[in-house]
Design a protein around this ligand. Structure first.
Ligand code: HMG
Ligand code: MG
Length: 307
């Protein structure tokens, strides 16, 4: 039997939250086993049917860098008109050209707050990444596409350690200044804690970027993701990235594990009386089905409790 938490709102929190589902992209990019494209298509369709308002579908990156997503064209072609509005990652103009050729309408660039990760993930320095992204955002906006920007390693970096808040704000502001509509702050290796989240959101506020322009992207390596969401809610952020069943990681970030599980996020939001529009039963059934394909159980506490 699927339960739901008792609803007890906390005063002062947002009334509604957008869950940005990243499982098909952030989750599957990190799977050892290659997942057949028809399974990916069914995953995306089931997530949309479960009520997730945004489902990030795949990445148009170099197939040698992320072989798990080498079937991006095939997946988006199979999804056809149903996939056109779903966001996809594009690091450079070559990636944008591939997305435009399919008529896609929503892309995301992904920058790094640290030098080491910029090199490892993009083969660029922090400064060089802006030159790579600038024509992507300009051309995408001119073609009427929506553009999200990610910034990774916002709370800590496996090679460089602590990442100063002002360094993250500088990179984030520059990515937004290129013309992105939203900035997703990535805790790529899951080291953030609640006070740090509040301080980073406040620092963006002091730089003129309000919580309405921010999203929070937590990985759950140290079990802090839900506490960090609570801190984000108290700071007024209304978009949270999560991956069905807690899939995920980043192939170019040692020690990155799964994203915050969407089911765990839905449980928290439901209990707080915050609207999200997601059918938890349908979502748990989807993650249980996918776990069967991947050959291992979901790490999500809510999927384990209800699945
Ligand atoms: P590069 O090797 O410097 O590329 O890689 P290049 O510009 O020098 O081009 C070399 C060759 O690659 C050329 O082909 C290009 O056409 C081709 P050649 O002329 O030699 O035959 N090429 C491409 N082919 C297909 N699609 C493309 C593309 N670009 C170039 N888009 C590059 C630079 C950015 C491409 C590479 O570093 C790359 O693909 N990186 C992606 C890494 C990645 O996907 N990481 C995971 C996503 S980020 C993440 O997970 C974090 C996040 O979740 C937030 C968080 O948790 O923090 C978002
Ligand atoms: Mg990530």
């Amino acid at each position: 039997m699927t339960g739901l938490p008792m609803v007890v709102p906390e005063p002062g929190l947002p009334e509604r939250v957008t869950i940005w589902e990243v499982g098909p992209r952030d989750g599957l990019q990190n799977e050892q086993a290659l997942v057949p494209v028809e399974v990916k298509e069914e995953l995306v369709r089931r997530l949309v049917a479960a009520g997730l308002p945004v489902v990030e579908a795949t990445s148009f990156v170099h197939p040698r860098w992320v072989p798990q997503l080498a079937d991006a064209e095939e997946l988006m072609t199979r999804l056809g008109p149903d996939g056109v509005a779903l966001p996809v990652l594009v690091p450079n103009e070559r990636g944008l050209d591939r997305a435009l050729a399919l008529g896609l309408r929503h892309v995301a660039i992904f920058g790094s707050a640290t030098e080491t990760f910029a090199q490892r993930n993009l083969n660029r320095s922090v400064e060089e990444q802006f030159a790579m992204f600038e024509p992507v955002v300009t051309r995408a906006r001119a073609a009427g596409l929506d553009v999200r920007a990610y910034v990774s390693m916002c709370f800590g970096d496996p090679w460089e350690g602590a990442v100063p808040i002002d360094q993250v704000v500088r990179v984030g502001v520059r990515l937004l200044d290129l013309g992105a509509s939203q900035l997703s702050l990535g805790d790529t290796i899951g080291v953030a804690t609640a006070g740090h989240v509040g301080a980073l959101v406040a620092a963006f506020g002091a730089a003129g970027i309000g919580p309405d322009r921010l999203a929070l992207h937590f990985h759950d390596t140290y079990g802090q993701a839900l506490a960090n969401v609570q801190a984000g809610l108290r700071a007024g952020v209304t978009t949270y990235d999560a991956s069905a069943g807690g899939l995920g990681g980043c192939p170019y970030a040692a020690s990155a594990t799964g994203n915050l599980a969407t089911e765990d996020l839905v449980w928290l939001l439901t209990g707080l009386g915050i609207e999200h529009g997601v059918d938890l039963d349908a979502l748990v059934a989807t993650s249980t089905w996918l776990a069967g394909h991947l050959g291992r159980p979901s790490p999500s506490a809510v999927v384990r409790a209800l699945g």
